[in-house]
Design a protein around this ligand. Sequence first.
Ligand code: PGA
Length: 253
Amino acid sequence: MARRPLIAGNWKMNGLQAARGEARAVAAGSGAGAEASPADVLICPPFTLIADLARDLAGSPVETGGQTCHAAVSGAHTGDVSGEMLADAGARWVIVGHSERRALGETDADVRAKAEAGLRAGLKVIVCVGESLAERDAGEAEARVRAQVAASLPPEADPEAVVIAYEPIWAIGTGRTAETADIVAMHAVVRAEFAGLCGAEAGEHLRILYGGSVKPSNAAEILAADGVDGALVGGASLKAEDFLKIVKSAPAR
Ligand code: PGA
C-alpha cells in the first residue's frame, strides 16, 4: 500500500517574526503544487506565528499546524488554545501528546481528549507515542508504545485524519537516533495495534512518522525504511535549507 510521506516540522518554542522567512523559503523550495513535492509538508510553529504562517503559506503545498490544543471549545482556561482557535487561525493540523507535554503531566486520556478536540475542530491530528530510555532498557518499549496507542487514540480513528508519530524519548533533541531495524520493528507494532483497534484496512492506510534527531544526513535511510511514512522533525526543521533536504529525501510513493 503506497502511503504518501508526511514531513512535519515541530518548531517547539522557537520562532519570532523573522522566522517567517524560513517558512516562506520552505514553501518556495517545495515546488508549485503538491505533485511537485515527494511528500506532504507541514510546519507547526508556536501559537504566535500560526495565523501569519497560514497566510504566508496560503497557495503553497506547505500546511500549518499547532503543537497542542485544549480539549474544550472555549472557556475559563487561562493560557490555553482550543482546536477551533487553531483552525480559525488557519491551522490544518495539530500535534497532540508530544513527550515534552506528556512530561508536564498529560496522560493518555488527556491526549485522547485533545485528539478528539482536534478532529472536532476539523483538524488533522498527529498523536505522539514513544518510550523512555528506562523503559527500553527494561525491555518494556513495545508494551509501553502499544498501551499509548490503545489509550491515546480516539476510538475508530480514521487514518485520513489521524497520523501517529513514534518518537523514542531518548532520541529527541539528543542527536541520537534509533537503529533503523528498531524503528521498523516499532512501526510494525504501532500498525498492528492500530489495525487491532480500527480494522485491518485502516491499519494499511495509517501513516506512521518517526521522530527523534532526524536530520539531512540520516533522513534518506529512515524515510526509506519499511513502514516509515514520514518524519516529525524538531531541531532540523528550524532552518529551511535543512528541512527542505529532509523533504527531498522522502521517497516518491
Ligand atoms: P528533534 O525533535 O528532531 O529535535 O529530535 C523531534 C521532536 O521532538 O518532535
